[in-house]
Ligand binder design. Structure first.
Ligand code: GDP
Ligand code: GDP
Length: 464
């Protein structure tokens, strides 16, 4: 399915009828060359035209040198053909004062054979007799001629009326698409490159080993920077530099440490409740959230609740099974947790899963390396072209259903944002699209476009 394209309108006509004048009028700038001499050599020009909010690309054909010829001159014909290719409408300009010429008729004959819709403009129709001269152009057999004066700006509203039924819908569709694309580009600078410290939070049930893990990670290098705006008073942000042993690269990490994680023994609140409150606070702050499990306890309902919350908030989630040093039947445990996660969390598949020990330090570097990778995926932007190549394939492999014999149309997809990745799919009759089909697309985005394990948002948007 092609991406929305700005409609293209090509101006056609023999020399000296006022094509360039009309072109200039529509683009509002002196772009094309205007000359009294017939057949002044011009290049094919394109400009952004707008009439009363109807936006399109306007193309001025040129190089119609051989005015005296009574048949469509070869070069002119080639250029006309070339400019009609990809055009959504043609504006055929004749001169209302001069009357029809054999060349006008020749062009009309040619245009009648083409598929592109034609609007006939009888130009130079200002003043007395203009209208009458314009009527003559009925004889071209291309519909009602619009009397205009490109030079005086008369009849532009009629031209709008003539073009709107042909390109109005396409123009609107393009604009809607373009707005989103523009927003994408504007957002790109801010969001796209994950630079700056990795904002990491560690959540989990009481006794999973969060405090031990944080102390282990920071060692002696701890640097307290908090309290920070947006973080509750009793939460602190801790910055430290982590050196990736795999690459030797040093990277910044900012860890949120909520007071509740440490002071749990002093509070009267029920521990269960507290860990969820901690998770919420940490999730607000973090890019990547590590859910810490206790290898001696396995995965419990409470863990899935925390995990769901993290994903609902659109954060990148990973799982670390702590106390691996005392884990029994390690591989069975690991596989069991993997299966339980896939079952229990419908939003994602294949969450990154690490076996660690806060006590011995085992697996912690792998976990942090994984956190950076996850942030990259979570921040990633796929080009609209690549996205739609995948989309076309996905629709072809498994076309959307046709309730009541009428197929649901899915037109195109665009990535509207990152962190988490957000996509918008445009089409019609989308209210009838089954959830199973939506899931098929979401799974495809994850598996085929490299968004495994990150929460992906997809919105359906109806357009005509
Ligand atoms: P093109 O060869 O078809 O591109 O024609 P141009 O735009 O170069 O115009 C040819 C001549 O017609 C110029 O002298 C223009 O000023 C004149 N012209 C263009 N539009 C009008 C119009 O609406 N009324 C009158 N009277 N002259 C016009
Ligand atoms: P928190 O409530 O999540 O902050 O958990 P703590 O860090 O207070 O740890 C709870 C208990 O688990 C403590 O007795 C820790 O010593 C112990 N613990 C933490 N990490 C590990 C580990 O990797 N291996 C073992 N064997 N024990 C651990």
């Amino acid at each position: 399915m092609p991406l929305p394209k700005k409609p293209e309108v090509v101006i056609i006509g023999r020399p000296n009828v006022g094509k360039s004048t009309l072109f200039n009028r529509l683009v509002g700038k002196k772009l094309a060359l205007v000359d009294d001499q017939p057949g002044v050599t011009r290049d094919r020009r394109m400009g952004d035209a707008e009439i009363a909010g109807l936006k399109f690309t306007i193309v001025d054909t040129a190089g119609w040198e051989d005015e005296d010829a009574h048949t469509l001159p070869g070069r002119m014909r080639i250029q006309t053909e070339a400019s009609l290719e990809g055009a959504d409408a043609a504006v055929f300009v004749v001169d209302a004062r001069a009357g029809l010429t054999p060349l006008d008729e020749e062009i009309a004959r040619y245009l009648r054979e083409q598929e592109v819709p034609v609007v006939v403009v009888a130009n130079k129709a200002e003043g007395k007799g203009g209208e009458a001269g314009a009527m003559e152009a009925y004889a071209l057999g291309l519909g009602e001629p619009l009397a205009m004066s490109a030079e005086h700006g008369e009849g532009i509203a009629d031209l709008f009326g003539g073009l709107w039924p042909i390109i109005g819908a396409a123009s609107e569709e393009w604009e809607e698409f373009n707005d989103i694309t523009r927003a994408e580009i504007a957002a790109m600078d801010e969001e796209d490159r994950p630079t700056g410290p990795l904002k990491l939070a560690i959540v989990g049930r009481p006794n999973a080993g969060k405090s031990t893990l944080i102390n282990r990670l920071l060692g002696e290098d701890r640097l307290l920077t908090g309290p920070e705006a947006g973080i509750t008073r009793d939460s602190i942000a801790i910055d430290w530099d982590w050196t990736d042993p795999k690459t030797g690269e040093t990277r910044e990490i900012r860890l949120i440490d909520t007071a509740g994680m440490r002071k749990k023994k002093n509070v009267t609140e029920k521990l269960e409740k507290l860990s969820v409150a901690d998770a919420r606070r940490a999730v607000d702050f973090a890019e990547v959230v590590v859910l810490l499990l206790d290898a001696t306890q396995g995965l419990e309902h409470q863990d899935l609740k925390i995990a769901s919350h993290v994903l609902e908030e659109g954060r990148a989630l990973m799982i670390a099974i702590n106390k691996w040093d005392v884990a029994e039947d390690a591989s069975k445990l690991f596989n069991g947790i993997r299966a339980a996660l896939d079952d229990g969390l419908a939003q994602v598949r294949g969450l990154p899963l690490f076996a660690v020990s806060a006590k011995t330090g085992k697996g912690l570097d792998q976990m942090l390396g994984g956190a950076f990778e996850l942030r990259d995926a979570w921040s990633k932007r796929v080009s609209t072209a690549a996205l739609n190549r995948w989309f076309d394939d996905a629709l072809e492999a498994n076309p959307p259903p046709a309730p009541g014999g009428k197929r649901i149309k899915l037109r195109y997809i665009t990535q509207a944002g990152t962190r988490p990745p957000r996509f918008v799919i445009f089409g019609s009759r989308l209210d009838l699209l089954p959830t199973s089909y939506e899931r098929y697309l979401v799974n495809g985005i994850r598996a085929k476009l490299g968004f495994d394990a990150v929460p992906v948002r997809v919105t359906l948007k109806t357009n005509k």
